[in-house]
Design a protein around this ligand. Sequence first.
Ligand code: UFG
Length: 350
Amino acid sequence: MKVLVTGGAGYIGSHAAQRLLADGHSVVVVDNLSRGHARAVQRLREHARNGDRLGFEHLDIRATDPIETLIREHRIDTVMHFAALTYVGESVEKPLDYYENNTAGSLSLLRACERSWSHAHGGVRRFVFSSTAATYGEPPADRVPIREDCPQNPINPYGASKLMVERMLRDSVAAAARSGSDFAAACLRYFNVAGADHTGLIGEDHDPETHLIPIAIQAAMGKRPGMTIFGEDYPTTDGTCVRDYVHVEDLADAHVTVMQKMTTGTCVAYNLGIGRGYSVKEVIAAVERVTAKPIPVRIGERRAGDPPVLFADPAKIRAELGWSASWTDLERIISTAWEWMRRNPEGYGR
Ligand code: UFG
């Protein structure tokens, strides 16, 4: 397939691009490089199997006309849409940035796809969207583990900005079906993505870093003096938030599985998680074991927008597509992140 990967210079998008190339697909990465790394794409070009099948366009997804042109010129048939702002805390501070980039940005991209249905090659037929468990908000205790039919009531602008895109996709698929256009969409609701490519070529490099596992590793490496646990008074066994950590390579694998099995006229949603939750304290203890280093920890205030417990019921994607996470051991997941950060202490470099 010929796949447009938006946000392909970012953490999850670059791993998806790597996997698509490995499977022999052609990939065009579109990234505005506001958070992504040109060096991630460069490394894939130079070292990945089929790296010569990877193109790169320094473009914003809101540039509808250039994206439509690119779809035409590269005869794109599939879009994997990762480009987004993704910090829950930041979204509470700057909600409009999230609606502008994530919601309006996706609208522009979708508009380019819609226009492409009249292109000679048939245009974009499959759209795989990076959605998030944050769309579920704070599910009642009896709805955890979370199934896809759990009510979606996001409690932060990040989750809300993504939920609107799910709705746009559903409506666009229905409209396409009515007009006879060949279009399908999938909304993949990620839980907490973690780890790095096991070969060490690409990995997670955020500035600033806000995610638990890389922060704990940086603290273990002495790159920061210590770390703060955001709240110890949640209604969980040890008082800290519980999350479902899914390996980034499993996530890439799920995207390819979904892409190959999409049915015209449908807009499906799947949870991507391992189906078990770990508390913040359990994660920190696991990082200490993997790195064999103590992590200085202080207990701080709750962070705005954090639900207490989020973990997936991943049964739907297993039953319908036969997919399940192969990395289910937290320490092994953390080991790949540790390996990446040890080999690339400055990430991709600045
Ligand atoms: N945490 C700390 N200290 C830190 C960093 C994080 O205690 O220094 C805690 C957070 O408060 C949270 C947990 O660790 O309880 C995980 O936090 P992350 O920032 O790593 O991840 P989030 O759960 O906030 O969000 C992630 C993705 C979102 C996605 C969400 C879905 O970043 O894009 O998972 O579960 F929506």
